[in-house]
Write a new protein. Structure first.
Length: 154
């Protein structure tokens, strides 16, 4: 947890899963508290700063986990870029769900649904990558370096 904002190196499966559990609990608690007290989450600056810090930490641990399974960090970076673009599209083209005619839906609605579906599929792919075991070559390479450092220290 000390190097949570560092993208260099590797993250084990347990580190990734514990951090994901931590993010899930924090997100649930923040959502519950903001709903219970009626806090507007879009206008609360402290909550926004906390979300950005946790979001950056999530990106970095995902990148380190992808390094551990020998995948490129671009898998995570492109997902988060597409997520930001989706949020911008929602902000620029808001859809009023109360005024949608079921017989003639708006093209913007279909665009947003398609984008969200693509993000969900991409998130599932990232989750599968992050849940995989590390390659044996990476583990052996790490052990070799560890043994070499231990012998050099004597």
């Amino acid at each position: 947890m000390y190097n949570v904002l560092i993208c260099k190196g590797r993250a084990s499966r347990s580190e990734f899963l514990w951090f994901s559990l931590f993010l899930g609990i924090i997100g649930f608690c923040l959502g519950f508290i903001s709903g219970f007290f009626g806090i507007d989450t879009h206008n609360d600056i402290m909550l926004s700063v906390l979300c950005v810090v946790l979001w950056i930490a999530g990106i970095s641990i995902t990148i380190r986990r992808l390094h551990d399974v020998n995948k490129s960090a671009w898998w995570a970076i492109l997902y988060f870029i597409c997520y930001i673009l989706f949020e911008i599209a929602v902000f620029i083209y808001p859809v009023d769900f109360d005024s949608i005619d079921p017989d003639n839906p708006d093209a913007r609605l279909w665009f947003l649904i398609l984008c969200k579906f693509a993000l969900i599929i991409w998130a599932i792919v990232l989750l599968v990558f992050c849940a995989k075991k590390a390659h044996k070559a990476i583990i052996v390479s790490g052990l070799t370096r560890l043994i070499y450092r231990h012998k050099r220290a004597k």
